[in-house]
Each structure stands twice: as structure tokens, then as C-alpha cells.
Design a binder for this molecule. Structure first.
Ligand SMILES: [Zn+2]
Length: 450
């Protein structure tokens, strides 16, 4: 019997609330209550929060001083927000301290940084309230699947940097008894370790499994291949940090026979959207305003069109970043979800803007295009394409056992067609390692977009 769950929920959380003023459960309750709000009520709530945020920025944040009309911020905050230029990671990193609210002390804030797997890490600060609202957004969404803060979980993690910290004994004990979870180190997953991992999962009996989509996919593929599907009933497998492709979702579902849930979160953006049991992704609308703009001109795009996502966190008044470009491509959706929850929907998450390729004629091509070619070709076990310039790319690919030559040719021809006119160096290799953060990227552009 799982005794840690009632300990966490009945002892640990109340204690954290009493001693440290932790509000995660209050915020979660508040967010769950908001599910009953309709579109207009959501807008009004967000408008109030945005107006307060913009007023703080105008008065106390050096980077925004003189850039926000205080009257417009009070009366029409959405318009005041849209007048600001989007904030890129690059421009934020030029003067990060100018985004600090003068009324807060840095030492009272929580220092954080992005993983920096593809570019230089971004260092930034969050306040407790913001972090607790991030957590609350996750717990609200997981409650749709019957998962609560004490629910037992297995984390399938791929980052060797984070793993070295996680393998520390004290950390392992904390994870086990204070978070009710264990970690399976799935970096450089090898087929021989899969029976042991499956046994661990069966013995530990988690309510859900959590991990990077590429790592969950790799594990699921090996489970299916070795016919080792765990004999336990899970409430969900939650995929995070990366785009969850349909083929990955199918494999994970096949291996674990439970709902596969897409979490859209970012280290510097929080939990921004979560998949509903009905399918669509609900935006954590009380926590953030999401906008979609053209990735080259920054002009706003109409609802439904895919572009660069801008995020304005509504809680972080300590280090506000308005219209911040996380680097993700997405589309918003104007429709409502059959579940009846009022939070707006994300129509599509299309990966990183860094994954966009530039054709020789200047067209932008999404890295998905290469996945589409490989999708039904069992001959192609793995591939990675790097675009060096609009004229040149390097494709590395791994073949499955007994790969059919005509399928290989279909793949190579398909890639050539997508990048018509470019010179593509094609190299067959025996393995393609994940990057140093443990993530695996299929398509990488190595030069700036504009
Ligand atoms: Zn829904």
C-alpha cells in the first residue's frame, strides 16, 4: 500500500503551508474553480491581471520605464501590451538586471536558468508566487486524470547533467519520500536495461510516468520490441519538454496502454498548456497571455495560423518579461473544448523556431517535413538533419535491420525534394547520440533566421 501519498497530502503539504507560507494547494483550488468561467469572464480576469502587471512595469521596472502608456495600461491593457516590441532571449540577455522590479530584492527571488541544450542558457529570476502558480497549473491539469500532488510517479529522465544530481543519495531519498517518485535514468538507453526498468516500474506501481517525449518514445519502442509491456494500470504517461509527435504518442500508448498526455511547459515560461482528456490543449490562461506572431516580421497572426509564440507571464511582477519569445512555434484556436472548461485552446505546437529550415528560395520549412517523409518507412530507424546554410545541409541516418533499399531511396529522395536546390551530404551512421541535455532533435538549423 502506498503510505507516502497520504503522508504528502495530509502532513507534508499542510506543514509547508503553515511553516513556509506555501500556497500551491490554494492556487490549484483557485484554478480549478476558474474552469467554470466562460470566455468573457476569463478575458476580464486576464485584463485585470495584465493591467496590474503593466502598471508595475511602467513604474518600477527600468527596462519598461517610458515604454508603457500608464492610462492605456489601465483602460486597454491588451493594446498597451501590443505596442511593445517582442522580447527575444538575446535582447533580454543584454541587460537582464534592467528587468528586475526595483522594489524587490534579488536575494529573495528564486534564481533559475534554461537548459541551454541548443543555445546559451538564459539566467533569470522568479518569485515564489509565480513558481507556485506554475505548479498549480500542472496540478489542476493532472487532476483531470485523477492525479494529485501525492500520486506516485516514475520519472524517465534523459539529461546526464540533471541525472548526476538526481543520483545523489540524499536527493534520491527526498524524491522517494517527499515527492513519492523514483527516477529511471534513461540517457543512452540500451536494450539490455529495459527488462530491469520494466520490473522497477511494475514493482513500484506508479500512478503515472513522466518524461521527455523522445526518451519515453525510445523506452516505449524497446518495450514493444521486447514484448515487455508493464502489467500495471497507469492513469497517464505525461510527456514534457519537447514536441510530442504522433508516431511517438502511438508508441507510448502501445507500450503502456493508458492516456498519453502532452504537457507544454518551459523552464522560463512555466506550465503554459496541458492536454485535456478530450484531446485539445488548454492554455493556463490565468497565468499567461499567449500571442502568435510572424517569426520574421513579428506582425500578429490571425487565430489558427502558426507562428512564433510570445508569452507574457501575468504573475511574475519581480522580473517581468512582456511578449517574451521562448522560441516555440504554435497556433492558437478560437474554438471551445467539448469538456466545457473555459480556458482557451492551443491548436498546435509545432516545435522550435530553431527547427525551421530556410529553403534556397527563402521559404521557411518546418523540420516536421522530414519526419513526414520518414514516417511510414520502417527502413529508417533514426535520422538527424543539420542545415549549415540555405545552400548546404548534412543528413545522418541509421537504418533498421534488413532495411529495404527502395525505402531508403524514397527517404533520401524525399529529403532532397524538401531542400530542392541545396547540396545535401548524406551519411549513413550506426548511431546518433542525443544532445548533452538528453534531448534528441531531428532537424537543426545552424544559422540565424534573419
Ligand atoms: Zn477540454
Amino acid at each position: 500500500m502506498d503510505l507516502i501519498k497520504p503522508f504528502i497530502e495530509k502532513v507534508l503539504y499542510p506543514e509547508m503551508e503553515k511553516r513556509r507560507g506555501n500556497h500551491i494547494r490554494d492556487y490549484t483550488k483557485e484554478l480549478i474553480e476558474h474552469e467554470a468561467l466562460n470566455g468573457g469572464e476569463f478575458d476580464a480576469l486576464r485584463r485585470r491581471k495584465l493591467s496590474a502587471l503593466l502598471t508595475v512595469c511602467a513604474e518600477h521596472v527600468p527596462a519598461y520605464r517610458g515604454k508603457i502608456d500608464p492610462i492605456l495600461a489601465k483602460e486597454k491593457p491588451e493594446e498597451a501590451l501590443k505596442k511593445l516590441a517582442p522580447l527575444t532571449k538575446k535582447s533580454f540577455m543584454e541587460a537582464p538586471d534592467s528587468y528586475l522590479n526595483e522594489n524587490v530584492k534579488k536575494e529573495n527571488l528564486i534564481a533559475n536558468r534554461t537548459g541551454g541544450s541548443t543555445s546559451e542558457p538564459v539566467h533569470f529570476y522568479l518569485d515564489r508566487k509565480t513558481v507556485e502558480y506554475f505548479e498549480a497549473a500542472r496540478w489542476r491539469a493532472l487532476s483531470w486524470y485523477g492525479i494529485t500532488p501525492g500520486s506516485r510517479s516514475v520519472m524517465v529522465w534523459g539529461s546526464p547533467i540533471e541525472l548526476s544530481r538526481m543520483e545523489d543519495r540524499r536527493h534520491t531519498l527526498e524524491e522517494k519520500y517527499l515527492k513519492n517518485r523514483i527516477v529511471i535514468p534513461a540517457y543512452a538507453l540500451i536494450p539490455e536495461s529495459v527488462p530491469r526498468y520494466v520490473k522497477t516500474i511494475e514493482k513500484y506501481r506508479p500512478e503515472y510516468i513522466y518524461g521527455y517525449s523522445s526518451v519515453l518514445f525510445a523506452l516505449s519502442t524497446l518495450i514493444i520490441k521486447q514484448n515487455l509491456r508493464p502489467g500495471i494500470r497507469l492513469k497517464a504517461v505525461v510527456s514534457t519538454s519537447e514536441t510530442l509527435y504522433d508516431f511517438q504518442r502511438e508508441a507510448i500508448k502501445n507500450a503502456f496502454s493508458c492516456p498519453v498526455v502532452n504537457e507544454y511547459g518551459a523552464r522560463d515560461g512555466g506550465i503554459l498548456a496541458y492536454e485535456c482528456p478530450e484531446g485539445p490543449m488548454h492554455v493556463s490562461a490565468e497565468n499567461a497571455i499567449l500571442e502568435v506572431v510572424d517569426p520574421c516580421t513579428y506582425e500578429p497572426l490571425e487565430t489558427g495560423r502558426t507562428g512564433l509564440l510570445l508569452v507574457t507571464d501575468l504573475n511574475n511582477v519581480s522580473m517581468p518579461r512582456l511578449r517574451y519569445a521562448l522560441g516555440d512555434m504554435a497556433a492558437l484556436c478560437g474554438e471551445s473544448c467539448p469538456c466545457g472548461r473555459g480556458m482557451p485552446l492551443l491548436k498546435e505546437l509545432s516545435g522550435r523556431v530553431d527547427d525551421m529550415f530556410v529553403a534556397k528560395d527563402g521559404r521557411l520549412i518546418h523540420g516536421h517535413a522530414f519526419n513526414h517523409v520518414a514516417r511510414n518507412l520502417t527502413a529508417i530507424a533514426k535520422f538527424q538533419i543539420r542545415q549549415i546554410s540555405p545552400e548546404r545541409a548534412v543528413l545522418r541516418y541509421v537504418l533498421s535491420e534488413n532495411a529495404a533499399q527502395d525505402e531508403v531511396q524514397t527517404f533520401l529522395d524525399g529529403v532532397s525534394n524538401i531542400l530542392a536546390g541545396s547540396e545535401i551530404e548524406m551519411i549513413r551512421v550506426s548511431e546518433i547520440p542525443p544532445d548533452k541535455s538528453g534531448k534528441f532533435r531531428y532537424a537543426i538549423r545552424e544559422f540565424d533566421l534573419y
